[in-house]
Ligand binder design. Structure first.
Ligand code: PHE
Length: 347
């Protein structure tokens, strides 16, 4: 009996000691399996009861039960402590340092190309122009023939073209929208429209040329519309776009669908017309072509040239954007480099 009690005490010391020393939950589980399982030594010691005298049974049973309870309690306490420590460690690891810079949302920017289209549209809408949408894929008929450029006309060579089929092509000029608009108005309604959009020509790409670029077409048709009206309109546009002091000059030129035809220059906004790098020392910068609508075009598009006259112009969108924002290379508009858009917006 004395031996058995001693053993119970030993087990108790040993178990409590091991629980105290346990370093992790795995170790603690192993301890439970040794001391508190169904087949533990303590349970086995219970088997000795039947050999004890009646008066001894009570105290021996109590010793074992107390020991079991003590081990159970110490074990549960230690396990709870460990859980708490584990949670603590996890919380510490996962804390958010609110002094660190946060992740900023990536906000998009407008391509300068669209900034210009919006501004130009605004200026012309203010003068009462309608904004017309054209189409990128055109027929030869609208892109050339209705614009007084029949098959085999040498002027086609200036616009070496991307053909999609015998009769369809990527439009080489927004002028195609002139014919569409005139035909849609039925030959009597006066017209005041602009049409911004992409155009395509086979070109050697360099800093100022791209196989894809954009124009803003303008067309005014009404009785008595003169070259002076064209000049006044473009002058107002250039002043609004580049500043009050800008001037416009015409140089005579040739386009098959206008007569007379002119190249339109604006006085250089960089040097004010004195001559600088940007205007190559001339004081003037070309912004597009224009002229009085050719009588053949009016006729083919349903307007009687004896009653109606008109002017048309085409200005380059990228050209205007480059001058306006000091962009050095036309290819930047189309290479899809996010740094360009960001840099442009930063300025
Ligand atoms: N379409 C001509 C070009 O692309 C420009 C232009 C438009 C000229 C309208 C006259 C009138 O070069």
């Amino acid at each position: 009996m004395a031996n058995a009690i001693e053993r119970v005490i030993e087990i108790r010391e040993k178990a409590l000691g091991e629980i105290k020393e346990a370093e992790n939950l795995e170790g603690l589980t192993a301890i439970k399996n040794i001391y508190l399982a169904k087949k533990s030594e303590l349970t086995a010691l219970m088997g000795l009861m039947k050999e004890l005298r009646a008066e001894e049974k009570g105290s021996f049973g109590k010793a074992i039960n107390d020991t079991k309870a003590a081990i159970q309690e110490a074990w549960a306490k230690k396990a709870a402590e460990m859980e708490k420590r584990k949670l603590q460690a996890q919380l510490e690891k996962e804390t958010i340092d609110i002094s660190l810079p946060g992740e900023t949302a990536n906000v998009g920017h407008i391509n300068p190309y669209y900034v210009i289209i919006d501004e130009v549209s605004d200026i012309f809408a203010g003068m009462g122009f309608e904004i017309v949408e054209g189409r990128d894929v055109e027929t030869d008929h609208y892109n050339f023939e209705l614009l007084n450029v029949p098959q085999d006309h040498p002027a086609r060579d200036m616009q070496d073209t991307f053909y999609i089929s015998e009769t369809e092509l990527l439009r080489t000029q927004t002028s195609a929208a002139q014919a569409h608009t005139m035909l849609s108005k039925g030959g009597t309604e006066p017209i005041k429209m602009i049409c911004p959009g992409k155009t395509y020509r086979r070109d050697e790409d360099d800093m100022t040329h791209s196989h894809q670029f954009s124009q803003i077409e303008g067309l005014v048709v009404a009785p008595g519309v003169s070259l002076a009206d064209l000049k006044g309109t473009l002058e107002l546009f250039v002043k609004k776009m580049f500043g009050e002091k800008r001037e416009v000059r015409f140089r005579s030129s040739f386009f098959p669908f206008t007569e007379p035809s002119v190249e339109v220059d604006a006085s250089c906004s960089n040097c004010g017309g004195k001559g600088c790098n940007m205007c190559k020392g001339t004081g003037w910068i070309e912004i597009g072509g224009a002229g009085e609508v050719h009588p053949n075009v009016l006729r083919m598009c349903g307007y009687n040239p004896d009653e109606y006259s008109g002017f048309a112009f085409g200005v380059g969108v990228e050209r205007i954007a480059m001058l306006r924002f000091g962009i050095d290379d036309i290819r930047r508009f189309y290479t899809n480099d996010i740094r360009f858009i960001k840099d442009f917006n930063a300025k």
